[in-house]
Ligand binder design. Structure first.
Ligand SMILES: [Zn+2]
Length: 155
């Protein structure tokens, strides 16, 4: 059992694009309630990437109390280990937040919520995906609808 969820950038960008708040207010309220009980967060590296979803989304995430976690002690070492295991995976801007996301999930015993698909066995490092690397570290990775089902959300 994990101890709540940490969200990947693609979750917030997809929600904002596919389920905008003016049409799906309840969805956003449910997510905020989850944050309020400290059951959902993002790491600070994901917040940086959320800028891609626009200023409004970025401001919402930044200003939501308790949503953005500060880096904790063990996380840089985990990121260094992941980068050493998968040197071709993390490049300049692409995938930059991914090892931090995984390190954060490990540090706080969280399930990752990401829309990334698992890559097949023997995938080249540059095509590695969050669910694959998370699995190597025994971190669970689910998609948004699975989060909604587990929380019994209905819209
Ligand atoms: Zn967190």
């Amino acid at each position: 059992m994990s101890n709540g969820y940490t969200l990947d950038t693609n979750i917030l960008i997809n929600l904002n694009r596919l389920y905008p708040r003016d049409i799906f207010p309840t969805l956003w309220e449910y997510l905020e309630m989850l944050v309020d009980v400290e059951w959902a967060c993002i790491c600070s590296e994901v917040l940086v990437e959320v800028k891609r979803g626009g200023d409004e989304l970025h401001t919402w995430a930044k200003d939501l109390p308790g949503f953005v976690c500060d880096l904790t002690a063990g996380e840089p070492a985990t990121v260094a280990a992941i980068s050493a295991e998968h040197p071709g995976w993390v490049r300049e801007t692409q995938n930059a937040a991914d090892p931090w996301l995984i390190a954060h999930a490990i540090a706080h015993d969280r399930t990752i919520v990401s829309e990334e698909r698992q890559a097949g066995p023997g995938v080249e490092d540059r095509n590695q995906k969050v669910p694959n690397v998370a699995a190597e570290h025994s971190v669970e990775c689910i998609k948004f609808f699975e989060l909604a089902r587990r929380q019994s959300w209905r819209f």
